[in-house]
Design a protein around this ligand. Structure first.
Ligand code: DGJ
Length: 368
């Protein structure tokens, strides 16, 4: 026992020293300062985590101090980890540009970056919500960047509003009166959609999801944040194919995260109250093209009506464990953006209901 303890302590020590960790973590403490290998609070807000060759990579918004930190002054930060508790700083994966005419000029807004790997092209593709310098949240564009190495450097390719000139995809069960009529929009929100057909649909809070068949989808808050759009990406993941649907039209869902479990698609999102927290919401579908059923608030217990102070950003499947998904949320601090905190909580599936409950601290042994 004693020998076993000493050997395992030694192995951990060697691991942490080899990765340069000052101190090691063996649990998650939602809302607390979370230091990287250099003893610096992780700076990857609104982020996503992907697994590549047995290592996790966390990409997120690099924020600076103060309110200025709500704009992109540096770029997208990348960290990596073997165990999800301890993260090594891999540097800035996508840098903002000093050329003020660039779409990703320093001072623009770059939010919710998500990276996926394209097995066909062997490229890493980063999508993000982009707002142009000095235009606040008017542009509502999607930006895309690409890299040969997971940690970057990512090369910015383009930004635009998706799916100009197009109507949503309807299946054979959609009746004529359920379809958009842009001659006479039925609601104000339908009117936002119709207004934007010519220039492309607005795209703000977003995520990217790769299905088992390798197809990728972009899910984003559109129509002045009133309606989610789920849009298919091209085989190289670098553009939209033009096939898309509207989800939960007119009900203001932000902060979408998508995952798949047992053949079903799940989505978690939030309401729309700026940086302030609100109640989370979840949806379920048996086909990515819907129908997506609204399932209510997955959070339970004290603080559940405000997502425990956070807002969803990603759902992370834990490698090697069945039914193990981590709910990743941001606890924003808009007055001092760099001090935003991370709320990672385990997802629980009970009789096919999704539950998220607060924990002061927890570890992966929570999952069976
Ligand atoms: C809520 C969004 O989820 C964030 O990503 C950010 O865009 C803020 N709104 C800005 O107020």
């Amino acid at each position: 026992m004693k020998i076993y303890f000493r050997i395992s302590t030694l192995v951990l020590l060697v691991l942490f020293l080899s990765e340069g960790f000052a101190q090691s973590n063996s649990e998650f403490t939602p809302g607390a300062i979370w230091n990287d290998n250099n003893g610096v609070h992780i700076n990857a807000h609104g982020g996503g985590v992907m697994l590549f060759k047995g290592r996790y990579y966390w990409f997120g918004e690099h924020k600076i101090e103060g309110e200025k930190g709500n704009t992109a002054q540096v770029g997208v930060h990348c960290y990596s980890s073997k165990d999800l508790y301890n993260w090594k700083d891999e540097g800035i994966a996508l840098k903002v540009s000093d050329d003020l005419s660039s779409d990703i000029a320093k001072g623009s807004i770059i939010e919710r970056p998500k990276v996926v790997y394209n097995k066909r092209t062997k490229k890493f593709v980063m999508w993000f919500h982009l707002e142009l310098l000095g235009e606040e949240y008017k542009a509502a564009r999607s930006g895309v960047a690409v890299a040969d190495q997971i940690g970057g450097p990512y090369k910015f390719l383009k930004s635009y509003r998706p799916n100009p000139g197009l109507l949503p995809f309807y299946d054979q069960y959609t009746s004529a009166d359920e379809r958009l009529n842009c001659q006479a929009p039925a609601t104000e929100v339908d009117g936002f959609f119709c207004r934007d057909i010519s220039g492309g649909q607005m795209a703000r809070d977003m995520t990217v999801f790769v299905d088992d068949d390798g197809k990728a989808y972009h899910l984003f808050a559109s129509e002045e944040n009133y309606t989610l759009h789920l849009a298919e990406l091209s085989p190289d993941y670098l553009s939209h194919t033009g096939k898309f649907i509207r989800i939960h039209a007119g009900r203001q869902t932000e902060a979408p995260a998508l995952f798949k479990r047992g053949g079903f698609y799940y989505m978690v999102g939030s309401g729309c109250t700026g940086w302030a927290p609100n109640a989370a919401r979840w949806f379920k579908a048996s086909s990515i093209w819907g129908p997506w059923t609204f399932m209510g608030n997955p959070c339970e217990g004290k603080g559940s009506n405000l997502t425990f102070g956070g807002q969803s950003t990603h759902v992370l499947p834990v490698a090697g464990k069945k039914d193990a998904f981590i709910f990743m949320a941001d606890k924003w601090n808009p007055k001092n953006a760099i001090d935003g905190r991370y709320l990672w909580l385990p997802m629980v599936f009970e009789n096919d209901q999704l539950k998220i409950r607060w924990k002061d601290s927890w570890d992966l042994s929570t999952f069976q």
